[in-house]
Design a protein around this ligand. Structure first.
Ligand code: PLP
Length: 370
């Protein structure tokens, strides 16, 4: 088979896989403390590989194939905090390609097991700062291709339509009381999701703003404040590894496009995890930590809307399920080891969500969330 025929067949396989898949659900999440403000979570855990990264992995493979970067037998190498690698291992196996995930050694054992389950190999490095460099080296040694999600996520996704996450959200909102969300709240790993949503909202002329919630250990917030607000924060020192898996990076990645984000919020990890637990009680199942970070962003936006006398809707993302974090967010000892006071954080989040108590003031940048 010629290279060209192999590429055509590989693209057909991915398109057929897409054709067999359903869209993800948009789930109403009642916020009892905020009548007139309707909140929804886009449940990306229901993809075949369990996270929002399923969309990205599909896009990255199609982009690489269309660019002529992948051939029969190419080893695919990726730098990941885990979720993207799980999804890419799935697509690599679909195409019969070897796959190597380069990840920090702190990556959850559940994600490592999921990558191996899909036929991938894991190459662990001591720190999140070293994953790109190690990936370049491995790709060179194997004659393979480094996917590089942190560079290509924003451009591999079809931001104008093609059932991207933004188009899907707006379609699913069509019959709701407030069909155009005032805010869509997300968080950034690559920044690809925030770029896609921000571009799509502007392109379609929707009066929707993007709020990006950043975890405690991450360079995105300071980078954003510098680019958008012109705050003289200096060159931020590399952040320590994020404790909210999948989001937060030690440096601002190329795929994070500040201009696509209308506002940012810095969220302490204990609050993210308390919001994760509160969300579990509302949904009757376990979600991952980044969903909790998003829910704090939702509460911040809901408060600001309420203070401005606005009603309307807010959409956010349920990024993945809790089964990937049994050893951490769902292990009692883990919280003690991190030194979190989860009782206080839990009481606070419940009071904010259910009785509209005030959130503590959190660092914000960009447009006021009202
Ligand atoms: C669990 C989880 N949530 C959220 C995100 C953020 O998505 P994005 O990479 O589009 O910024 C990621 C990215 O890795 C993730 O793994």
């Amino acid at each position: 088979m010629s290279q060209r025929d192999w590429v055509a067949q590989a693209i057909r396989k991915i398109e057929a896989d897409f054709n067999r898949s359903a869209d993800t659900h948009l789930i109403p999440l009642g916020l009892p403390g905020f009548p007139g403000i309707d909140v929804y979570l886009k449940d990306e855990s229901s993809h075949p590989t369990g996270s929002l990264k399923h969309r990205l992995a599909r896009s990255l493979f199609l982009y690489a194939l269309a660019n002529g970067w992948l051939h029969a037998g190419s080893t695919v190498v990726e730098a990941s905090s885990g979720s993207t690698a799980v999804s890419e291992a799935y697509f690599a196996r679909l195409l019969g390609l070897p796959f190597v995930a380069v990840m920090p050694s702190s990556t959850s054992p559940e994600k490592i097991a999921a990558i191996e389950f899909h036929g991938g190999r894991c190459h662990l490095v001591p720190s999140a700062c070293g994953i790109a460099e190690a990936s370049v080296r491995l790709a060179r040694e194997t004659g393979g291709h480094f996917m590089d999600q942190f560079t290509y996520a924003e451009r591999a996704t079809d931001w104008r339509a093609n059932n991207n996450i933004a188009e899907s959200i707006f379609k699913q909102m069509a019959h709701e009381a407030h069909p155009v969300p005032r805010w869509i709240v997300c968080s950034a790993g690559t920044g690809g999701t925030s770029a896609t949503i921000g571009r799509y909202a502007r392109y379609r002329g929707y009066d929707t703003r993007v709020l990006c919630a950043d975890p405690e250990h991450s360079a995105f917030f300071a980078h954003y404040a510098r680019c958008i607000v012109g705050e003289a924060t200096g060159d931020p020192a590399p952040a320590p590894p994020s404790r909210i898996e999948g989001i937060g990076r030690p440096r601002a990645e190329a795929s994070f496009i500040p201009g696509c984000v209308d506002a940012m919020l810095k969220v302490p990890d204990a609050l993210s995890l308390a919001a994760m637990r509160w969300t579990n009680t509302r949904l009757g199942r376990r979600v991952g930590g980044s969903t909790g970070t998003n829910v704090i962003g939702v509460l911040h936006a809901a408060h600001a809307m309420r203070a401005a006398g606005r009603s309307g809707s807010i959409v956010s993302i349920l990024c993945d399920g809790g089964e990937r974090y049994a050893h951490s967010y769902y292990a009692h000892d883990w919280y003690a080891a991190q030194g979190f006071d989860m009782d206080a954080a839990g009481t606070l989040v419940r009071a904010v969500a259910e009785q509209a108590a005030a959130l503590p003031p959190l660092p914000t940048a960009g447009e006021a969330a009202n």
